[in-house]
Design a protein around this ligand. Structure first.
Ligand code: NGO
Length: 541
């Protein structure tokens, strides 16, 4: 393919777009139809039929045989001019990942300058209509790698694909004598759904900010883009609210089983949000209400209808607590909480829980949700709630998260959108099989294949794919105490969640997924992740 082959419209594009196209030309020319990679170019041992082990599966992968691209001390990282500042950070992460010498530091090209031979070039191509807001186009040739996207997020996702095209030694930055070589070819990729989430319940058992960052790191590897933090429940309140200090002094003081609990200061939370943002992950805070509120009720007597604060709670029953929905003090409290947390996040979402309320009448519950929606909107955020909120008279712009036997369809009927977290597929706290020590089993056993089997486009009868915002894997922590417990339940199922959310139906398939996922065993091990060695996956020995 040469420039002269381009249409008149494309010839009118900006110099930057032309640069992208010039950069792509050699790689495009060397692309052949999909053939499994053989020999030294391929770092894989088990692969799906298209010869790669990328998870989530990209929309299209064409690998060419031959030498591929080798990263070495002469490799340069170039940023095509005009890219927004976030691209510098993406380039820096690529640089760090490849362990390049200082002489290879990312450099912005000046207008008209071509990248040096042996470069990995990152370019924003705002006119690319095939890759959407988060997709990318990657071309790998022996003398050059080009990654183009419409946004920095797209480039970031492309860097994760580069990472997965490289051998697992890329995950050992201090290893001596490693050879980082990737196969030549072309990947064009775009996510199927905008919402690809993971939820951490840091209430039942607290997880430190550093442990949450580790989780974010692995989310990024799999192109997940929403981190939902379940910050309050009966057993613990986990975020500092300056106007309501007892929430953390009392409500944050314990956890399931009576351990020490814990909470994030606002500074720690802001730092966590910044860490996620740099990885193109939006933090979605959840304050569960009006039920699942014993920690708040224990902190402030005025939130209880009888004006008496109950003791803190360390068991795992659900459904017994509720804020006093008839008292104005409750709404002043909620406004303080939404205002303070809302001020710490750039993201547009605020999750209000709303699940499993047994102590209110249906009209009381609905009025509460409608009023809280007003508070969240007045604070400039979009309300999200579990499926139970759907019968309330809420706006179509609010979001419902389906989990189990709920009436999410009602929200779709009013034109609203739904996040799918059906427990029997997406709940990462369900046991894998009958021998799994950790987790619960009320929704059944969820092996990797069960997680993977969800088809979001057909899951809720009568709900079309266009009403599905995406998917999310919640990890509830009644039985999970330490980081390794959380990891064991999340991995490798979270990779299945990611593929369900990202990959086009045409690119998906269990037989290919299990082979590709097998290659992620050594990678997860390299990252120090305590993952479940499912018997369904042919892990390499
Ligand atoms: C339910 C419940 C949570 C539990 C979880 C355990 C929802 C939305 N509410 O899911 O409080 O922790 O199950 O699997």
């Amino acid at each position: 393919m040469t420039l002269s082959a381009l249409s008149p419209t494309s010839r009118r594009r900006s110099w930057r777009t032309s640069l992208v196209l010039v950069l792509l030309a050699p790689a495009l020319a060397s692309c052949r139809p999909a053939t499994p990679v053989a020999g030294p170019a391929g770092p894989f041992t088990a692969r799906d039929s298209r010869g790669h082990s990328i998870v989530p599966a990209p929309l299209s992968v064409q690998l060419a045989g031959g030498e591929g691209f080798t990263v070495d001390s002469t490799t340069q990282i170039a940023i095509a001019g005009g890219a927004p500042p976030e691209v510098d950070f993406v380039a820096q992460q690529l640089f760090d990942m490849l362990g390049l010498p200082v002489t290879s530091r990312p450099r912005r090209l000046v207008e008209g300058e071509m990248p040096a031979p042996r470069s990995i070039a990152l370019a924003i191509d705002a006119g690319n209509s095939t890759v959407g807001d988060e997709g990318y186009e990657l071309n790998v040739a022996t003398d050059r790698v080009t990654l183009a996207a419409r946004s920095a997020a797209g480039l970031f996702h492309g860097v994760q694909t580069i990472r997965q095209l490289l051998p697992v030694s890329v995950e050992y930055p201090a290893a001596v004598g490693r050879v980082l070589r990737m196969p030549a070819g072309r990947v064009v990729d775009v996510p199927r759904f905008a919402w690809r989430g993971a939820m951490l319940d840091v209430s039942r058992h607290f997880l430190s900010a550093d442990d949450v960052k580790r989780y974010i790191d692995v989310m990024a590897l799999y192109k997940l883009n929403r981190l939902h933090l379940h910050l309050s429940d009966d057993q613990g309140w986990r975020i500092e609210i300056k106007s309501r200090p007892n929430l953390t002094v009392v409500g944050g003081s314990t956890q399931v089983g009576g351990g020490p609990g814990g909470f994030y200061t606002q500074a720690q939370f802001a730092d966590l949000v910044a860490y996620a943002t740099q990885r193109f992950i939006t933090v979605v805070p959840e304050i569960d209400m009006p039920g699942h509120t014993n920690a708040a009720l224990a902190s402030y007597a005025e939130l209880n209808c009888d004006g008496v604060a109950p003791p803190v709670y360390t068991g795992i029953r659900v459904g017994f607590s509720t804020l006093c929905v008839e008292r104005e003090t409750t709404y002043a409290f909620i406004d303080d909480v939404v205002r303070e947390i809302g001020g710490l996040i750039p993201g547009p979402y605020f999750h209000v829980g709303g699940d499993e309320v047994e102590k209110l009448t249906a009209p009381q519950y609905r009025r509460f949700i409608e009023r809280v929606e007003g508070i969240v909107r007045a604070r400039g955020k979009t309300m999200i709630g579990w499926g139970e909120i759907a019968p309330a008279n809420i706006s179509a712009s609010s979001i419902v998260q389906h989990w189990h036997n709920d009436s999410s369809q009602l929200h779709v009927a009013r034109g609203g959108r739904v996040i799918l977290s059906p427990a029997k597929h997406m709940y990462l706290d369900m046991k894998y099989d009958s021998t799994t020590m950790l987790g619960l089993r009320w929704a059944g056993l969820v092996e990797v294949r069960d997680a993977y089997a969800l088809d979001p486009g057909t899951y809720i009868p009568g709900v079309p794919e266009s009403a599905i915002l995406g998917v999310e894997g919640p990890l509830w922590s009644e039985t999970l105490v330490k980081r390794q417990d959380f990891e064991y339940m999340a991995f490798p199922r979270l990779a299945a969640v990611a593929e369900v959310g990202w990959s086009a139906a045409s690119a998906r398939g269990w037989d290919g997924f299990r082979l590709r996922l097998a290659e992620h065993g050594p990678r997860l091990q390299a990252l120090g992740i305590n993952f479940y060695r499912s018997g369904q996956i042919p892990w390499p020995r």
